[in-house]
Design a protein around this ligand. Sequence first.
Ligand code: GLU
Length: 676
Amino acid sequence: MRKKNITHNKIHSSATRSREENLFYSLCDDSFSHISANSLKETLMSSGLQPDDYRLKELFHELNNHDQLSIQMFTKIIQKSELFVEKALRGELAIPDFKDFSTRVDQIYDDVKSKINGELASYIPPLAEVDPDQFGIAIITKDGQVYKKGQADVDFSIQSMCKPFNYCIAIEQLGIEEVHRHVGQEPSGRFFDDLSLLKQEKDAGIDDNSSNVPFNPMINAGAIMTAGLIKDQLRDNERLNFVREQFGKLIGWKQDGSSNIDLPRFNKEMARQENFKGYNNLALGYLLMATGNLPHKKSICPDDIYPEKPDEFEFYIENAVIKALKLYFSICSIEMKATDVAMAAATLANGGVCPVTQERVLSQETVRKCLPVIQMCGMYNGSGKFFQEIGLPAKSGVGGGVFLVVPQLMGICIFSPRLDPHGNSVRGIAMAQKLTSKYLLHLFDGLMTSTERLDPRVPISRWRASSCSESIWASSIGDIRTLQRLLSEQRDLEAGDYDGRTPLHLAAAEGHTEIVKFLLDNDVKPRPDRWGGYPIADAIVGKHQDIINLLKEIKTGLSLPVHITHKDDQKVDNSVKIEDELSVIELLWAASENNIRGIRQLVARGVPVHASDYDDRTALHLAAAEGHIETVKYLITHGHPLHVRDRWNATPLDEARREKRSKVSAYLSSVHKKSN
Ligand code: GLU
């Protein structure tokens, strides 16, 4: 293991810092010799990790024994921890800006809460008697970040939400081909409890007997069939326990109790009621028997049901039907919390590995086979419309739960028992609609160019940076091909950065006549920047006559930009140019929005705090201009020089003065005095 004496200077230069040093340095506030153990904990929590996270046990135990951590202690701890701790500090977890994400989902939850239409499922008392106002949501990412709100930790009846998981369990046990000898994978277009079956093509290699199969495992016929396939050689209670344990593994349960997650509960009374009223399901069971499709052992006669010998003949009830129905009713009567179901959905999103225990519960192949079927058939007769609008595999149940899987990102579960006429939770659907209109989550959103909807997979500052930086950088270096591509992708070429600088400004400033022409030919309008300057002002300063002529031809305001610099102060400090241009713009956006968490993450990734953009602006210019004193202090503490000069020769202090940011001006002046 590395053992070094790390000095202030060593730590100060991002070029020579190690990974652990970058992480440590990002967490420092005023001293570079220690960080507080609490600030590390808080940073992890604000990334969405939970204090009771199974993976954090040892780390938190260690942190509880210390107030302060030196770089050596910190390095030791980080090297012992799993990679996700480092990822949390660097803003590289599945949802990097978890705080921002949570705030926005809180808002959506509050909006949806007012929806009180819909009816409870009424076919059995335990469902008809639940509190209709309950409303909970849980979101768990593939990295185990947890968001929850409302009644997210209330047990509710999972009902049909069990069907995808049963399907996965059957595939794991029997293989996909064997399962599909018994059940299809086609949307039925019929009600979920319909008594019709799908006629399978005989030339598909299926023997005569099994030519009539349920349409898919998400409707009752298919789900009863699937239940009939699971561990059919075991006793009823063993089968149910087996299924509960498989569900347990999906939600982070560990046999030795070390994860503090319990097995899902079984509600016996619910199962009894399902059995009393489940005539349609009984009919389905016998229908499956009649097709010869439900696996059964021919010689079994249920002596235990008719122990006395009947007079005329031994009435035969096929045990396989009873066993399939019993297991089906029982699994529908399992109860889980929204947080549990979200974890199971996150396990699917994570390709079959539980995000918290890191155990593989299902093979990738099983998950990949299952998700399309959920997507086509999971939302009763609203499945097609749901997929078209929301674009995510989802399964609902009449207990009021609905879960959604965002592959490689997260699982979501909403619980609210009032149902729409299809049997889907009204608030569940509304949440899904609002989430996908706020975020790029639809499976086909990759086709969309959207500047309104956010991508939860990228930090908010990076998302802002990516919407304008490419076009501005391209203009500043005369790269017309990139601009042509961005135009065909329907990017907004008028969009400005944190200073309101646009591609046209930069092309004009750098004298790229061809680019200015291209932009004007494509109807891009000149806009004023932060200082009131139009692109023509840049061309005038740069003495680019061709561009001045071009810009003169279009009618635009010609206000002169107001740049103020302090005449007596001639000192110049260097900023740095780095190759990763997007990170620079991200840093400057973060500074302009007082987003210290975002800045810490960039520092943790080794981005120098004094990196500068195409106008030689730095994070300190932006924080000073916007009057964000906390960010200004963080940057100064982390070695940002004072006399960096932008394109117009202004320092951050000039910017603070111009924008009349008195606190920042006073602070920067005092630092300035001290440094002289
Ligand atoms: N146990 C219910 C039934 O088979 C499931 C209902 C549902 O959630 O779709 O009728």
